[in-house]
Write a protein that binds this ligand. Structure first.
Ligand code: NI
Length: 212
């Protein structure tokens, strides 16, 4: 997930190479993020069954990818892996001149229990829906249950942006994007804007060095 007011707040310095401190680990990799209208984003992800080293490697790469984007949440299917797995770091604003606070959280096989009747509205964005934001209404409070990287079960009541972000990422596990919560007309407008931006930014501009 992305939120507009955080977009430009994450300095490049965040992409530190943690492998320097831990030489026994292979460097983390930044993975390509799938974008609409990639049909893989509509996949219903499967439960994680083995809590092994491959899972830990994938999670490390997802965290690095989320920071590099930058985003505050990423589901495995967004990097093409259909597993019920997501990472979140709300990256609370650091005080000026201080190190950014990093607190990545990993949710394996997450579930939502007891969504509140009270709803809240957030201006949401998504790394798979580039540069587009829209207000989405979701339950303001949820109780979440999930497993950690060792398979241990946790439960916690979530509110505020954490509740919204967790619900946004969990939607990805069902193949649902935040734009699927909008009206058909609004959704089509968003998709058209993305297509137009790609055409303008992605096209080849002929210059003096062209050989064709
Ligand atoms: Ni998203």
């Amino acid at each position: 997930m992305m939120v507009p007011w955080r977009r430009h707040c994450v300095p490049d310095a965040l992409s530190v190479d943690l492998s320097k401190d831990r030489p026994y680990l292979r460097p983390m990799a930044i993975l390509p993020i799938l974008e609409v209208p990639d049909p893989r984003l509509k996949t219903i992800s499967k439960p994680v069954e083995s809590f092994d080293d491959d899972l830990k490697t994938l999670v490390n790469d997802m965290i690095e990818t989320m920071y590099a984007a930058p985003g505050i949440g990423l589901a495995a299917i967004q990097v093409g892996v259909p597993k019920r797995l997501l990472v979140i770091d709300l990256q609370e604003e650091e005080a000026e001149g201080e190190e950014p606070l990093r607190n990545p959280r990993v949710f394996v096989n997450p579930e939502i229990l007891d969504p509140s009747n009270e709803h809240s509205l957030y201006n949401e964005g998504c790394l798979s829906v580039p540069d587009q934001y829209a207000e989405v209404e979701r339950p303001a409070q949820i109780r979440a249950r999930w497993q950690d990287l060792d398979g241990k079960v946790h439960e916690e009541v979530m509110t505020g942006l954490m509740a919204t972000c967790l619900q946004h990422e969990m939607d990805h596990l069902e193949g649902i994007l935040f734009i699927d919560h909008l009206s058909r007309l609004k959704r089509q407008m968003v998709l058209k804007k993305i297509e137009k931006a790609r055409k303008m930014g992605g096209g080849h501009v002929h210059g003096p060095d062209c050989r064709h």
